[in-house]
Design a protein around this ligand. Structure first.
Ligand code: SAM
Length: 187
């Protein structure tokens, strides 16, 4: 077990706390994501959990484009599917089951969100290399990590691994209780 990062995978039993309505008070999905999402985009929500961000991304796509909600655990994906069944978002959201060491999405995306998931994936080199192949050349990757699980030093190490995979940091958005960076392919 690493000391600077808690790599434990968040269990499906904790999905309810990820979806807690109070979370919106300090992590409002629309407020966080509206600067990056445009109708018509293809978007990846990596480690989507029960879909706290997926639903809002799909709404921001306004009926045009696609959101790939990807997670390691089928139980999380089932929660996303249950939320959207019979709604117009069902047409926009595709669920995808990842493997522990491979995202496995073959479609190219304009924007990828990795919210509180990178620290749960042990091999950051492999993760960022794969993300680099999934993002379109002008695509953007937003990595957000919890301060309570990821130290500043560990986040710096993630950033170095992102650079090693060909990414450059474009911005460092401020977000409560979190460390965040927006990255794109280095020119
Ligand atoms: C802390 S939860 C965050 C969920 C969501 N992003 C949110 O902020 O509400 C982390 C999620 O990442 C998923 N996860 C962990 N390892 C993964 C992997 N290798 N590939 C895809 N998803 C993974 C877990 O199953 C869990 O749903």
């Amino acid at each position: 077990m690493r000391k600077d990062i808690n790599t434990m995978v968040c269990p499906v039993e904790l999905a309810g706390s990820l979806d807690n309505p109070l979370r919106r008070l300090f992590q409002n999905p629309r407020k966080i994501l509206h600067p990056y999402i445009r109708p018509g985009m293809t978007v990846l929500d990596l480690g989507c959990g029960p879909g706290f961000f997926s639903i809002e991304i799909a709404r921001l796509l306004a009926g045009k484009g696609k959101l790939i909600a990807a997670d390691l655990q089928q139980g999380m994906l089932d929660r996303v599917r249950k939320k959207i069944r019979g709604t117009e978002l069902d047409r926009i959201i595709e669920t995808h089951r990842c493997e522990a060491d491979r995202i496995g999405v073959t479609e190219k995306v304009d924007f990828a969100l990795a919210f509180y998931v990178v620290h749960e994936i042990p091999d950051h080199d492999a993760l960022f290399r794969e993300l680099e192949t999934i993002l379109k050349p002008e695509g953007r990757l937003l990595v957000i990590e919890p301060k309570f699980h990821v130290t500043g030093k560990a986040f710096d190490a993630m950033e170095a691994r992102l650079a090693g995979a060909g990414f450059a940091v474009i911005d460092r958005p401020g977000l409560a209780m979190s460390r965040a960076l927006l990255a794109g392919a280095r020119e």
